[in-house]
Design a protein around this ligand. Sequence first.
Ligand SMILES: [Cu+2]
Length: 158
Amino acid sequence: MKVRIALTYIMTLAGFIVLTGCSDSQPPQKPAHVVITDSWTKATAEGGKGVAYVTLVNEGTEPDRLISVAAQGAQMAEVHNHIQDGNVMRMISVPALEIPASGTLTFEPGGLHIMLMGLEKPLSAGDTLHITLQFQKTGLVGTEAKVLTMDEVLERAN
Ligand SMILES: [Cu+2]
Protein backbone atom coordinates (compact mmCIF):
# COMPACT_ATOMS: atom_id res chain seq x y z
CA MET A 1 0.00 0.00 0.00
CA LYS A 2 2.78 2.39 0.93
CA VAL A 3 4.59 1.65 -2.32
CA ARG A 4 1.45 2.47 -4.26
CA ILE A 5 1.04 5.83 -2.58
CA ALA A 6 4.68 6.64 -3.23
CA LEU A 7 4.25 5.68 -6.87
CA THR A 8 1.17 7.89 -7.23
CA TYR A 9 3.13 10.70 -5.68
CA ILE A 10 6.01 10.25 -8.12
CA MET A 11 3.64 10.11 -11.08
CA THR A 12 1.86 13.26 -9.95
CA LEU A 13 5.20 14.97 -9.57
CA ALA A 14 6.24 13.79 -13.04
CA GLY A 15 3.01 15.19 -14.48
CA PHE A 16 3.62 18.49 -12.77
CA ILE A 17 7.12 18.74 -14.20
CA VAL A 18 5.85 17.99 -17.72
CA LEU A 19 3.15 20.67 -17.39
CA THR A 20 5.66 23.21 -16.12
CA GLY A 21 7.95 22.36 -19.00
CA CYS A 22 5.06 23.07 -21.40
CA SER A 23 4.18 26.46 -19.99
CA ASP A 24 7.84 27.46 -20.19
CA SER A 25 7.93 27.04 -23.95
CA GLN A 26 7.25 30.48 -25.42
CA PRO A 27 6.75 31.42 -29.08
CA PRO A 28 10.07 32.18 -30.79
CA GLN A 29 11.40 35.67 -30.07
CA LYS A 30 12.09 37.91 -33.04
CA PRO A 31 14.09 41.16 -32.81
CA ALA A 32 12.22 44.42 -33.46
CA HIS A 33 11.78 44.96 -37.19
CA VAL A 34 9.54 47.75 -38.42
CA VAL A 35 8.27 47.83 -42.00
CA ILE A 36 6.26 50.59 -43.68
CA THR A 37 3.24 49.04 -45.36
CA ASP A 38 1.60 52.26 -46.59
CA SER A 39 2.63 55.89 -47.09
CA TRP A 40 0.94 58.88 -48.67
CA THR A 41 0.84 62.65 -48.64
CA LYS A 42 -1.51 65.39 -49.84
CA ALA A 43 -0.83 67.56 -52.87
CA THR A 44 -0.10 71.19 -51.95
CA ALA A 45 -0.71 74.36 -53.98
CA GLU A 46 2.59 75.85 -52.87
CA GLY A 47 5.76 74.98 -50.96
CA GLY A 48 6.03 75.44 -47.24
CA LYS A 49 3.97 73.08 -45.13
CA GLY A 50 2.70 69.61 -45.93
CA VAL A 51 1.55 66.50 -44.16
CA ALA A 52 2.32 62.80 -44.73
CA TYR A 53 0.98 59.55 -43.31
CA VAL A 54 2.53 56.10 -42.87
CA THR A 55 1.48 52.72 -41.55
CA LEU A 56 4.14 51.06 -39.38
CA VAL A 57 4.14 47.34 -38.67
CA ASN A 58 6.51 45.85 -36.12
CA GLU A 59 7.20 42.25 -37.15
CA GLY A 60 9.35 41.67 -34.08
CA THR A 61 8.42 40.49 -30.59
CA GLU A 62 10.07 43.46 -28.91
CA PRO A 63 9.06 47.14 -29.15
CA ASP A 64 10.92 49.73 -31.21
CA ARG A 65 10.93 53.53 -31.25
CA LEU A 66 10.67 55.99 -34.10
CA ILE A 67 13.26 58.63 -33.24
CA SER A 68 13.51 60.84 -36.32
CA VAL A 69 11.93 61.60 -39.67
CA ALA A 70 13.22 63.31 -42.80
CA ALA A 71 11.59 64.06 -46.14
CA GLN A 72 13.20 64.93 -49.44
CA GLY A 73 12.81 68.62 -50.29
CA ALA A 74 11.66 69.52 -46.77
CA GLN A 75 13.90 71.49 -44.44
CA MET A 76 12.32 69.77 -41.47
CA ALA A 77 9.97 66.91 -40.70
CA GLU A 78 8.45 66.01 -37.34
CA VAL A 79 6.07 63.41 -35.98
CA HIS A 80 2.94 65.12 -34.63
CA ASN A 81 -0.23 63.98 -32.95
CA HIS A 82 -3.54 65.71 -32.30
CA ILE A 83 -4.85 66.15 -28.79
CA GLN A 84 -8.18 67.45 -27.56
CA ASP A 85 -7.62 70.67 -25.62
CA GLY A 86 -11.05 71.72 -24.30
CA ASN A 87 -13.05 71.82 -27.51
CA VAL A 88 -10.05 72.60 -29.67
CA MET A 89 -7.83 70.06 -31.43
CA ARG A 90 -4.18 70.94 -31.02
CA MET A 91 -1.07 69.48 -32.61
CA ILE A 92 1.76 68.33 -30.42
CA SER A 93 5.22 67.21 -31.41
CA VAL A 94 6.08 63.55 -30.63
CA PRO A 95 9.88 63.31 -30.29
CA ALA A 96 9.89 59.52 -29.82
CA LEU A 97 7.08 57.18 -30.72
CA GLU A 98 6.91 53.59 -29.49
CA ILE A 99 5.84 50.87 -31.92
CA PRO A 100 4.64 48.03 -29.67
CA ALA A 101 5.87 44.45 -30.07
CA SER A 102 3.96 42.81 -32.96
CA GLY A 103 1.96 46.05 -33.22
CA THR A 104 0.72 48.31 -36.00
CA LEU A 105 0.54 52.12 -35.90
CA THR A 106 -1.53 53.87 -38.53
CA PHE A 107 -0.94 57.58 -39.09
CA GLU A 108 -4.12 59.26 -40.32
CA PRO A 109 -5.84 62.65 -40.58
CA GLY A 110 -6.88 63.82 -37.11
CA GLY A 111 -4.26 61.61 -35.46
CA LEU A 112 -0.58 60.82 -35.89
CA HIS A 113 1.04 62.50 -38.89
CA ILE A 114 4.38 63.61 -40.26
CA MET A 115 4.52 67.38 -40.45
CA LEU A 116 6.59 68.60 -43.36
CA MET A 117 8.05 72.08 -43.00
CA GLY A 118 10.01 74.25 -45.38
CA LEU A 119 9.05 72.34 -48.53
CA GLU A 120 11.10 73.82 -51.35
CA LYS A 121 8.34 73.23 -53.91
CA PRO A 122 4.69 72.16 -54.01
CA LEU A 123 3.83 68.47 -53.81
CA SER A 124 2.21 67.52 -57.13
CA ALA A 125 -0.43 64.79 -57.35
CA GLY A 126 0.94 61.66 -59.01
CA ASP A 127 4.47 62.30 -57.79
CA THR A 128 6.10 60.50 -54.90
CA LEU A 129 7.87 61.98 -51.90
CA HIS A 130 10.82 60.14 -50.44
CA ILE A 131 10.55 59.89 -46.64
CA THR A 132 13.13 58.33 -44.33
CA LEU A 133 12.26 57.12 -40.85
CA GLN A 134 14.85 56.24 -38.24
CA PHE A 135 14.05 53.62 -35.63
CA GLN A 136 16.13 52.86 -32.56
CA LYS A 137 16.48 49.13 -33.31
CA THR A 138 15.42 48.68 -36.94
CA GLY A 139 17.57 51.59 -38.15
CA LEU A 140 16.76 53.61 -41.26
CA VAL A 141 13.71 52.72 -43.36
CA GLY A 142 12.77 54.62 -46.52
CA THR A 143 9.44 54.88 -48.31
CA GLU A 144 8.04 56.54 -51.42
CA ALA A 145 4.85 58.32 -50.31
CA LYS A 146 2.24 58.73 -53.03
CA VAL A 147 1.12 62.34 -53.49
CA LEU A 148 -2.70 62.22 -53.56
CA THR A 149 -5.30 64.71 -54.78
CA MET A 150 -7.99 65.90 -52.35
CA ASP A 151 -10.49 63.54 -54.07
CA GLU A 152 -8.17 60.58 -53.55
CA VAL A 153 -7.71 61.56 -49.91
CA LEU A 154 -11.51 61.60 -49.41
CA GLU A 155 -11.81 58.24 -51.19
CA ARG A 156 -9.33 56.72 -48.75
CA ALA A 157 -11.45 57.84 -45.81
CA ASN A 158 -14.46 55.85 -47.10
CU1 LIG B 1 1.27 68.69 -37.42
